[in-house]
Design a protein. Structure first.
Length: 342
């Protein structure tokens, strides 16, 4: 059996009749409302015969669950959006003594505006870190555009030859994807992979360095020495650039802070964990999407594709990401330090 077409809303049916009553032709009504002439004709014909556009009461098998029982499903899913329809079906059988199909449960939830979606992956943010994020956002919110144009955003990431998808679905209503109960917490984790360090600014990408394994504070210092000032010169902001990074222990180590004191005009540290406050994270996502489109079967191929993807990043993309900083900070304040849409 083919999929049933969505029914025209009663408000739209009444609007069609109103246009018809005002003397407009079926073709004209169709053009105005962007609805096919056959549907307009059908609705007007029904109105002529019955004087109404309301549907007749339909017969059919009665619902398995009463309205009160359906509200029980809604309450369960509100408390735990990650519970599956199969598990809900089994719990309902024990509670109400009724045998049903999981699709019945899904239909009940859809009728109450809940839809299964993949849970957004967001880092867990403690209350202490929420306060730190708020403090950071308020501190930098009023910075002018020129301030952000001289910032070099740096970050590390890891790319696998083969990687699991790791998606999880939750039942949620529209525009509730960032509610804490609808999020999936993520933590950082460390065969067949490459670690990379990269930097970007409003003027485009800087250097990209591929690393065979995780680095300690001395390894990170060497990366800074090889790349930061060289990238700043390439971008034309060597005289007044600002180093922007998270507060990873190796970033804030004594040796790195001492070097930065003499070689970086300014250092900005984001509170932990705040990937949404570093726009370079979107470049990693962009590269990851490109890698998924390639047949990568070895570390050498992965390395080639990483370098190729980095070189092909449009400078305008970097500019747009940097220009989003005020919006990111506003979102942090709006969400009181909790995860944002970025």
């Amino acid at each position: 059996m083919g999929r049933k077409k969505p029914e025209i809303r009663i408000e739209m049916k009444k609007l069609i009749v109103d246009h018809y009553k005002s003397g407009k032709s079926i073709r004209k009504v169709s053009d105005i409302l962007k609805i096919s002439k056959s549907i307009v004709f059908s609705i007007i014909s029904k109105y002529r015969k019955t004087g109404s556009v309301e549907n007749k009461e339909r017969t059919g098998r009665p619902a398995i669950f009463t309205p009160r029982e359906q509200r029980w499903f809604v309450k369960k899913i509100t408390i735990n959006p990650k519970i599956s329809a199969v598990k809900l079906t089994l719990e309902a059988r024990k509670r109400f003594g009724k045998i049903s199909h999981p699709e019945t449960v899904r239909n009940i939830l859809r009728n109450h505006d809940f839809h299964a979606r993949v849970a957004r992956r967001k880092p867990f943010i403690s209350r202490v870190n929420q306060k730190e994020r708020l403090k950071f956002a308020r501190c930098y919110l009023k910075k002018p555009k020129e301030f952000w144009e001289s910032v070099i955003f740096v970050d590390e990431s890891k790319f696998n030859v083969f990687g699991p998808n790791g998606k999880q679905k939750v039942w949620r209503r529209l525009n509730t994807e960032l509610k804490l109960r609808n999020l999936r917490d993520t933590v950082k984790h460390g065969v067949g992979s490459h670690f990379v360090w990269g930097c970007m600014s409003s003027f485009g990408t800087g250097n990209l360095e591929l690393i065979d394994s995780k680095v300690n504070k001395y390894g990170y210092l060497d990366i800074l020495k090889r790349n930061i000032r060289q990238s700043a010169q390439k971008m034309g902001i060597l005289a007044n650039f600002k180093l922007y990074q998270d507060n990873d222990p190796k970033h804030t180590s004594h040796v790195c802070r001492l070097w930065a004191l003499y070689h970086c005009p300014m250092v900005i540290k984001t509170p932990a964990p705040s990937p949404d406050l570093n726009p370079i994270e979107h470049l990693w996502d962009n590269i990851q999407q490109r890698l998924h489109e390639s047949n990568i079967t070895s570390k050498n191929i992965l390395k080639e594709k990483l370098i190729e993807a980095w070189r092909n990043i449009d400078p305008n993309t970097c500019k747009k990401l940097v220009n989003s900083m005020p919006s990111r900070l506003k979102e942090v304040i709006k969400n009181k330090g909790r995860p944002t849409k970025y």
